[in-house]
Design a protein around this ligand. Structure first.
Ligand code: A2P
Length: 326
């Protein structure tokens, strides 16, 4: 199996990327350095992760050492919710490019199908979810901006050569179908939460049938949500008996079985880790194969369990009811 996905435009997306969400500023340089050594060539960044300047420093160091060149890497970033107005899209990308010390991205994604009130860079960056974090009950302020307006501005970024590919995150089939109805440049990639507890088979099939590559975020499931209080004890896939049985059979770790399932079903994955041995583990997926029965038994774990849901955390953390998937 190839370790890359060929996109319709010819660009090749490495199947395993390093997710940069929640990597603390001080950990960014050592983690990216270790990731490059482990063979990672795909890095999944976003304005909202609040560490793009540090990612930029890390990339500078990597390039200066001469280990890899810019064209060897696949760098993704994401347009934040407060920059959906057409006139804010290019400045938002340019800010990301400046922080990353890059002159183009391989992929720029609309982070959420949620448009929030614009916050100028000089007021707060990254702006996050709420308009005023200092008020007694900070809340989000949605604004009505058609996704078509944002998408047309995204297309201009590609036409200007600032990004090689454009795409979206957290869209369902209906939003994608609508987007495809007017897009002059169709989305190359959809990034969504996907793991054995949230297999999203229909969404994956829809994307396959429409030539949209899929990247799974949180491909290990609950792990990154324990510290955020967004997953319950007992929801870790690493302790699942069926996964441990398959892991023992292949002499692999449970994490490798979960991640191999992700790439074997045709998605890219962006697991985060700051530990060099886990970084190596998470990319060592291309020298073994799960049987059809093993794939099916992982599919059977599906519970439609979504950990990253604005319809839940919007109210719990930001005093705002913001369902998007229903
Ligand atoms: P750590 O960075 O301490 O390794 P995400 O779902 O955002 O990709 O995050 C993955 C979570 O799983 C992180 O909390 C990460 O923690 C942890 N993790 C990553 N790889 C492994 C692994 N191979 N085994 C166990 N835990 C892992």
């Amino acid at each position: 199996m190839s370790d890359k996905i060929k996109l319709p435009g010819g660009h090749e997306l490495p199947k395993v990327g390093l997710g940069l969400w929640k990597i603390a500023s001080d950990d960014v340089v050592p983690t990216i350095t270790a990731a490059i050594e482990a063979g990672y060539r795909h890095f999944d960044s976003a304005c909202d992760y609040g560490n793009e300047a540090e990612v930029g420093d890390a990339l500078q160091q990597v390039f200066q050492k001469g280990e890899v060149k810019r064209e060897d890497l696949w760098i993704t970033s994401k347009l934040w919710n407060t920059y959906h107005r057409a006139e804010h899209v290019r400045p938002a990308l340019e800010k990301t490019l400046m922080d990353l010390h890059l002159d183009y991205l391989d992929l720029y994604l609309i982070h959420f199908p949620i448009s929030l009130k614009f916050i100028p860079f000089e007021e707060r960056y990254p702006p996050g979810w709420v308009t005023d974090p200092d008020e007694p009950h900070p809340h989000m302020e949605p604004v009505s901006i058609p996704i078509q307006e944002t998408w047309e501005a995204m297309q201009e970024l590609k036409e200007a050569g600032l990004v090689k590919e454009i795409g979206v995150c957290n869209f369902n089939c209906s939003l994608l179908r609508d987007l495809l109805s007017y897009a002059k440049i169709p989305p190359a990639v959809l990034q969504v939460e996907m793991h054995p507890l949230l297999t999203q088979e229909k969404l994956l099939r829809f994307c396959n049938e429409n030539d949209i590559a899929v990247t799974a975020f949180s491909p290990l499931g609950a792990l990154s949500y324990f510290s955020l209080g967004m997953a319950n004890p007992g929801e870790s896939l690493l302790e699942q008996e069926v996964i441990n049985t398959i892991a023992a059979r292949h002499d692999r770790t449970p994490a490798q079985i979960i991640l191999r399932w992700g790439v074997q079903r045709g998605t890219a994955i962006v697991p985060k880790s700051t530990h060099p041995e886990r970084l190596r583990e998470n990319i060592s997926l291309f020298d073994f194969e799960l049987t059809e029965e093993e794939m099916a038994s992982l599919n059977d774990l599906n519970e439609n369990r979504r950990f990253n849901d604005p319809g839940e955390f919007g109210e719990a953390a930001f005093n705002t009811f913001m369902p998007i998937y229903e």
